[in-house]
Design a binder for this molecule. Structure first.
Ligand code: GTP
Length: 565
């Protein structure tokens, strides 16, 4: 762990302090509004709504931050103001508002106490009543190249396999004996292990070592057995050591890569869930964002609901988490605006509010929102509620936009993304590289080795692309054996180098079909914005470059040099 990096607890404490530091000014303003309304309700009636909002928002924020007494006082103020606004009797109002004077004093008193506690705790006072530390320890690990340890006493048998796994995008380290393997695990935990069974120091030394290690470190390492033997004893040893899969030699790198991906929680390139948090209170938005970010989600905050259209277009969220009461427009109105847009009719919207009135919650949901989460939220529950709905959205979207064989974006969505990525590149004034990539002589592979062997090649290429490109890059299966890549913010020269490296690595992957072994290559054409400024011209330029690569003998990359757009 990076000791200089603030922990979740420290970040939350900062937010809470920031909230407290703004309270005196907000209380002063509330005091002025209260005095004005007490003096002359009719002339200042519009301020009543503001004062109600003040109490409502302090109730929600204070409870989120665990300042329960302050939240309770604000809740009393909210009730008084609501009754006053609803009765609309200005003669009664002046007397009914009187208790707010002592309530505001009590809030100031409470604030002083909180400030002295928080500063004497040196900023480390524990946040809300829930188990933040436990939540922190359950966080999803960040993304990086997965580290795989291969332990086999006959390195020559696995070196080729290791090399091919490296081509798929894994970081590989080899060990030839169980002792050095154990030492390495104790120093740095791998993401997964590929372990032989038989070693000179014992016929089941490999799986015995895994079993021993799992006792020492308290959990089984994600492990695959790769053994020359497939007998019952060896398999039983693997099961008892908690191994997830068993392969006998010789194993195909593609099959091992598929199993490793499965072990490493499915698709290691799975994009983060994108959540748009709409709340006019910056600290509250930051607080909820922090919880969702720490759980591995990508979060954007929007404090002014009028920015919703741009935020939807630019961020393309999987879910919107919106406050219900905001000054410019309410959460209900916001949801109705989103629902006016055909492309967002199924986007999940969840309200996050301290509104506890069931009737109000119910009518707020009539505009087609997915749920209602009441503040203060327990982080685990917020994450669970958001993930559940956002993932459902992802699944639906994937069915519509992904190719079923490779899981990559299909032709339609790749074309759409070319347009949106180009618009984004123009806005950010950064490059956008388009790569059209086509397998060489693929028809011959199908004809010689069968359609299923051809499918394995397509899957292998898509796997390499997913492993090796950044999650911000777009990878599409543009046609049968044609792929399109959209690489953001890179130069054509960098893209050429990258694609050439991919081309070389891919050409080294050995495929098998029955007894036959074969390799496959691809050719690629590259074009770049701003050299070309229209989606069609970008794609056509990359296509022309690809055509040139094919004509020049295949297995090469050509960059389009523009004459005119
Ligand atoms: N196995 C398999 N083959 C496919 C799939 N989609 C398209 N193909 C095949 O891809 C082959 C493409 O052949 P061609 O367009 O002649 O190109 P090529 O043989 O790769 O030759 P060049 O592109 O000129 O190097 C055809 O045989 C298609 O049947 C698929 O999903 N699976």
């Amino acid at each position: 762990m990076d000791v200089n990096k603030p922990t979740l607890q420290e970040k939350l404490t900062r937010l809470r302090m920031s909230f407290l530091s703004q309270m005196p000014a907000r209380l002063d303003k509330a005091q002025q509004q209260f005095s004005a309304l007490s003096d002359d309700w009719d002339s200042h009636a519009s301020q009543a709504v503001d004062l109600h909002r003040f109490f409502h928002s302090i109730k929600g924020t204070a409870s989120s931050f665990g300042f329960t007494d302050l939240a309770h006082l604000a809740g009393e103020g909210e009730t008084i103001m609501l009754a006053l606004i609803e009765t609309q009797d200005s003669t009664e109002a002046a007397t009914q508002i009187a208790p707010l004077g002592s309530l505001l004093s009590a809030m100031k008193q409470q604030l002083k106490q909180l400030q002295s506690h928080t500063s004497s705790d040196n900023g480390t006072q524990s946040a809300p009543s829930f188990e933040m530390e436990q939540f922190e320890s359950n966080l999803i690990a960040g993304k990086r190249k997965a580290l795989i340890y291969i332990c086999d006493d006959e390195p020559e048998q696995v070196s080729q396999l290791g090399y091919q796994l490296h081509c798929f995008g894994y970081s590989i380290e080899f060990f030839t004996d169980t002792l050095s393997f154990r030492e390495a695990v104790m120093k740095r935990r791998p993401d997964a292990v590929i372990m032989d069974v038989y070693f000179p120091n014992g016929s089941t030394a490999g799986t015995d070592e895994l079993a021993r290690l799992s006792q020492v470190i308290g959990e089984a390492l994600p492990a695959i057995v790769l053994s020359g033997y497939g007998d019952f004893e060896a398999r039983l040893g693997a099961v008892r050591a908690g191994c997830m899969a068993y392969f006998t030699k010789p194993a195909r790198a593609l099959d091992l890569a598929a199993k490793l991906d499965e072990l490493l929680e499915g698709d290691s390139r799975e994009e983060q869930l994108r959540i748009l948090v709409v709340d006019d209170e910056p600290e509250v938005a930051a607080y909820h964002s922090l919880i969702l970010q720490e759980a591995g989600m990508s979060v954007r905050q929007l404090h002014d609901p009028s920015g919703i259209l741009d935020a939807l277009q630019q961020f393309n969220p999987d879910l919107v988490l919106a406050d219900m009461y905001m000054p410019r427009c309410t959460g209900v109105e916001l949801a109705a605006i989103v629902r006016q847009l055909p492309e967002y009719v199924s986007l999940p919207i969840v309200y996050l509010s301290s509104e506890t009135n069931r009737q109000k919650q119910f009518s707020a949901m009539q505009v087609g929102v997915e749920g209602f989460i009441t503040k203060p939220v327990v982080p685990e529950e917020l994450v669970a509620a958001v993930v559940l709905r956002a993932e459902r959205m992802r699944t639906l979207r994937a069915l519509m936009s992904r190719d079923s064989l490779t899981g990559l974006y299909n032709h339609t969505s790749t074309t759409e993304m070319l347009h949106t990525s180009l618009a984004q590149a123009m806005r950010l004034e950064e490059n956008l590289v388009v790569v059209m990539l086509d397998l060489d002589n693929f028809k011959a592979i199908n004809d010689l080795h069968g359609h299923m062997a051809g499918d394995q090649v397509l899957i292998a290429l898509s796997r390499i692309l997913r492993h090796r490109l950044r999650s911000s890059d777009i990878i599409g299966r543009y046609g049968g054996e044609e792929f399109a890549l959209l690489l953001k913010g890179v130069t054509p020269g960098y893209a050429e180098k990258l694609v050439n490296q991919l081309r070389e690595d891919f050409s080294n992957i050995a495929f098998t079909a029955g007894k036959a072994r074969f390799n496959c290559t691809f050719s690629a054409g590259i074009s770049c914005y701003p050299d070309y400024t229209h989606a069609d011209s970008l794609r056509l330029a990359a296509d022309r470059a690809l055509y040139q690569a094919k004509n020049q003998g295949r297995n090469q990359v050509v960059v389009s040099r523009p004459k005119h757009d």
